[in-house]
Design a protein around this ligand. Structure first.
Ligand SMILES: Cc1cc2nc3c(=O)[nH]c(=O)nc-3n(C[C@H](O)[C@H](O)[C@H](O)COP(=O)(O)OP(=O)(O)OC[C@H]3O[C@@H](n4cnc5c(N)ncnc54)[C@H](O)[C@@H]3O)c2cc1C
Length: 272
């Protein structure tokens, strides 16, 4: 099927893009990498009146160092996260996103804004307590990753706002582990664990509509509890639902195993 007809606006600046969204009065959509939006348009599951293309906006493809981490511009492609950020945890997570063609086009801002519960970057953002930079016609604001995702494919973004960058702190120690049936598939369970400022945070994707922080498990890890105990506490904190891909019980068992693997990974890295 082909998309329904739409007007096309090639934005020249962030201000221009958010004004175009405001002018569309709720009937506009940003297109960045198009890796999630294009299929939705083709299936006519979305019929925006206007597509606002942000690919030519200068300054959105930069990666810069900020206090304690890196600021990833909204147009930074997943492939660059793998190669160029100097942020090993992000690089590892981005390697798990789809295939080469998807990583070459898909963007960090698109992944964060799309808020797919099985996507890798929102889980990493939750574990790192990332800060999301947002622009709209009324000015700019920031949001913590925890507050940004409100449900599956739902965020606090207003219809005329866009993500401009994400600040990802550099963890002192970290682990990332994902389980998917085939390489390149969205994860059934995705685990990101990061120690930032002396405290561990563990986020799990695939066990709910948004990345889940498992705080009891984090506290056990901070207190030096064995990895197996931390993993069991993380699994106990999840309440996944069953779907065509996996039962709830299977997802919970995978959570324990992949939290364990993420944490063992860090020990092995230190030992190597
Ligand atoms: C076959 C296939 C496999 C994939 N596998 C994975 C996977 O394993 N893991 C994974 O994480 N992703 C996967 N993806 C999705 C891919 O990572 C997308 O690139 C990503 O989800 C969205 O980024 P995008 O730049 O392509 O956004 P687009 O498709 O252009 O946009 C997606 C949505 O986000 C909005 N949007 C985009 N940019 C912004 C912005 N800056 N501010 C506000 N809103 C914005 C759009 O309006 C739209 O609603 C896969 C895609 C395909 C086609």
């Amino acid at each position: 099927m082909k998309p329904a007809p739409f007007d096309y606006h090639r934005a020249t600046s962030v201000r221009d893009a958010v004004q175009a969204l405001a002018d569309a009065a709720g009937d506009g959509k940003i297109i960045a990498g198009g890796q999630s939006l294009a299929p939705v348009l083709a299936l006519r599951m979305a019929r925006p009146k206007v597509l606002v293309d942000i690919n030519r906006i200068p300054g959105l493809s930069t990666i810069v160092s900020v206090d304690g981490g890196v600021r990833i511009g909204a147009l930074v492609r997943h492939a660059r996260l793998v190669e160029q950020t100097g942020h090993p945890m992000l690089a590892e997570a981005a390697r798990w996103i789809g295939h080469t063609a998807i990583r070459s086009r898909g963007t960090s801002g698109g992944s964060i804004a799309h808020a797919d519960p099985a996507a890798e970057l929102p889980v990493v953002a939750a574990a790192l307590e990332a800060t999301i930079h947002i622009a709209g016609p009324r000015g700019t604001r920031t949001s913590s990753a925890a507050e940004f995702c409100t449900g599956a494919l739902e965020t606090t973004l207003a219809e005329d706002e866009m993500v401009t960058a994400v600040d990802m702190p550099l963890p002192q120690r970290w682990g990332f582990a994902e389980f998917s049936r085939r390489h390149g598939d969205f994860g059934l369970v995705t685990v990101a664990a990061a120690e930032v400022g002396g405290h561990w945070r563990i986020a799990v994707g695939g066990v709910g509509s948004v990345p889940l922080r498992v705080e009891e498990a984090e506290q056990l890890l901070d207190a030096g509890a064995p990895v197996e105990q931390v993993a069991a506490a993380a699994a106990a904190a999840t309440a996944p639902s069953s779907d065509i891909h996996a039962s709830a019980g299977y997802r919970r068992a995978m959570t324990a195993e992949f939290v364990r693997r993420a944490l063992v990974q860090e020990k092995e890295r230190v030992a190597a």
